[in-house]
Write a protein that binds this ligand. Structure first.
Ligand code: NAP
Length: 282
C-alpha cells in the first residue's frame, strides 16, 4: 500500500537506484522521481525500473515530494540538503542513506527551513560495486536499517521514516548518530581499512598467487576510494579509537607468536572462532 505520493531520490547510484527499485516493487509511493547530474543516467535508471521519471534539476524534482532521499557520497549530503531544502514543501521529510551519521545529522537536524524535518538513515547493506548498473531491487531484503534519533528529531518524521524502511529491510533499529558511528567504525569502516591495508602490504609475487581466502578477506578493498575517503574522514574520531583497540589485539597476537605461546594463541583463535560462528550469516 502506498505510504505517500512522491519519493524523490537524489543520486542514482548503487544505493539510490536499488532504493528506487525496492520502493517501486513494494508500491510504497505513487511515484518515484530520480535526480541525477546526467540525463543518460536518468534514462538508464528508468530502463532498470528504479524511477518513474527523472530530472537533472533537483529544485524541480523535490518540489512536491513527500520524502526526499539523499543518496550521494557522504561529503555531498549536507551541501545538497541545504541547496534543495528551500524548494521542498513544508511538512515534508528530508533523509539520507550516508554511511556516517553524526556530522550529517548534527549539521542538518536543526538548520533546515521551518516545516522541513531531517531524519538520518543508513541501510547496512551494499557492496564494493557502484553505480546504477549494480543496483538491485532485493539489495535491502535481509539487512538492518539504522534510523537516527536525537532529542531534536521530529517524532512524526521519525515514525514515518521507520514505516517507510520497515517493508524494505529485515529490521529497523533506531539509535543516536554517535552510537551509530561508534559501532559502524568497528564493523564496517575498520574492516574496509584493514582490507585496503592487507592488499597494500602484500607484494606482487604473493598477490599473483592469492588464494580464495585472500580474495574473501579483501573483497571490500575493491570499493570506490572516492566514496570511502569521505566515510573514513567523516568518522575519523570513532575510527581512530577502533584502530587503537585493534592495535592492542594485534600486538597481543604478535607477542604470542614471538614467544611461541601456543596456549595463548589457541585461546585467541578459539575466542574469535566462536564469536564468528555465532554471527548470523546473510
Ligand atoms: P555510487 O554508486 O557511487 O552512487 C552515488 C551517486 O551519487 C552517483 O551515482 C552520483 O549520481 C551521485 N554523486 C556522486 N558524486 C556527487 C556529488 N559530488 N554531488 C552530488 N551527487 C553526486 O555510491 P553508493 O554506493 O550508492 O553510495 C551512496 C551513499 O550511500 C553514500 O553516502 C554511501 O556512504 C551510502 N552507502 C553506501 C553503501 C555501499 O555499500 N556502497 C551502503 C550503505 C550506504 P549522478 O552522477 O547520477 O548524479
Amino acid at each position: 500500500m502506498a505510504l505517500c505520493n512522491r519519493v524523490t531520490i537524489v543520486g542514482l547510484g548503487l544505493i539510490g537506484g536499488s532504493l528506487g527499485m525496492a520502493i517501486r516493487r513494494r508500491r510504497l509511493a505513487r511515484e518515484v522521481v530520480g535526480v541525477s547530474r546526467q540525463s543518460s543516467r536518468l534514462v538508464q535508471a528508468r530502463r532498470r525500473g528504479a524511477i518513474d521519471r527523472g530530472s537533472t534539476l533537483a529544485e524541480e524534482a523535490v518540489r512536491d515530494a513527500t520524502v526526499v532521499i539523499l543518496a550521494t557520497p557522504v561529503d555531498a549530503i549536507v551541501p545538497s540538503a541545504r541547496r534543495i531544502a528551500r524548494f521542498m514543501r513544508p511538512g515534508s521529510l528530508l533523509t539520507d542513506v550516508g554511511s556516517t551519521k553524526a556530522s550529517i545529522v548534527l549539521s542538518l537536524e536543526r538548520t533546515l527551513p521551518p516545516g522541513i524535518a531531517f531524519v538520518g538513515a543508513h541501510p547496512l547493506t551494499g557492496s564494493e560495486q557502484q553505480g546504477i548498473a549494480a543496483a538491485r531491487a532485493d539489495l535491502f531484503d535481509e539487512s538492518v536499517c539504522i534510523v537516527t534519533a536525537t532529542r531534536w528529531t521530529n517524532r512524526r518524521a521519525l515514525r514515518f521514516l521507520t514505516r517507510l524502511w520497515k517493508p524494505l529491510v529485515h529490521r529497523v533499529v533506531v539509535m543516536d548518530p554517535q552510537a551509530h558511528d561508534r559501532l559502524l567504525a568497528q564493523v564496517s569502516h575498520l574492516p574496509h581499512l584493514v582490507a585496503f591495508c592487507l592488499v597494500g602490504a602484500t607484494n606482487h609475487g604473493a598477490l599473483a598467487l592469492a588464494p580464495q581466502s585472500f580474495l574473501d578477506a579483501t573483497r571490500v578493498a575493491k570499493s570506490d576510494p572516492d566514496l570511502w575517503d569521505d566515510i573514513l574522514l567523516s568518522n575519523r574520531a570513532a575510527l581512530l579509537r577502533a584502530i587503537d583497540r585493534f592495535d592492542r589485539r594485534w600486538h597481543g597476537l604478535r607477542t604470542h607468536l614471538v614467544h611461541r605461546d601456543r596456549a595463548a594463541l589457541r585461546r585467541f583463535l578459539s575466542r574469535a572462532q566462536s564469536l564468528r560462528h555465532a554471527l548470523h550469516e546473510r
